[in-house]
Write a protein that binds this ligand. Structure first.
Ligand code: ZN
Ligand code: ZN
Length: 141
């Protein structure tokens, strides 16, 4: 476990979590690209997250399963989470210290536009793969 600290661009929201994974996921889905201007880069974290400046967190329910958290002051994307669960995908870009982090997975690879691509070897999941993972994996641990 690594204590990871992050904050938005303006500092109105900070967070800290004891994160097990050092894997960074990139999501290429159309919603993430609109929200983050490119692929949304996150670290999956199952467990509590301690926030400061919670009043400044805006929450947008873009889909039935997910909730997107952002800073209401500066607009930074902070997390995607499963509604009603302590299961987060925390913004990798918000992290103060990125040591040890590694791009490992690309989600919704079938939705990736042709104008960019990541180098290196990553596990790639299609929209269908990811839907199956969420329905089977979200409540199993
Ligand atoms: Zn902010
Ligand atoms: Zn996405």
């Amino acid at each position: 476990m690594t204590v990871r600290r992050g904050q938005c661009l303006c500092g109105a929201v900070t967070f800290v979590a004891d994160v097990a994974s050092a894997n960074v996921n990139a999501c290429h889905c159309g919603m993430c690209r609109k929200w983050a201007t490119g692929p949304m880069m996150t670290i999956e974290h199952k467990g509590p997250v301690t926030f400061t400046g919670s009043d400044n967190i805006g929450r947008f329910h873009a889909s039935q399963s997910g909730e997107r958290g952002f800073c209401k002051v500066c607009g930074s994307s902070l997390f995607w989470k499963l509604r009603g669960e302590d299961h987060y995908w925390l913004s990798a870009g918000a992290m103060a210290d990125t040591s040890g982090l590694k791009l490992a997975e690309e989600l919704f690879i079938d939705a990736k536009p042709a104008y960019y691509a990541f180098d290196g070897d990553t596990k790639k999941m299609t929209s269908a793969d990811y839907a199956a993972f969420l329905s089977g994996g979200a409540s199993s641990e």
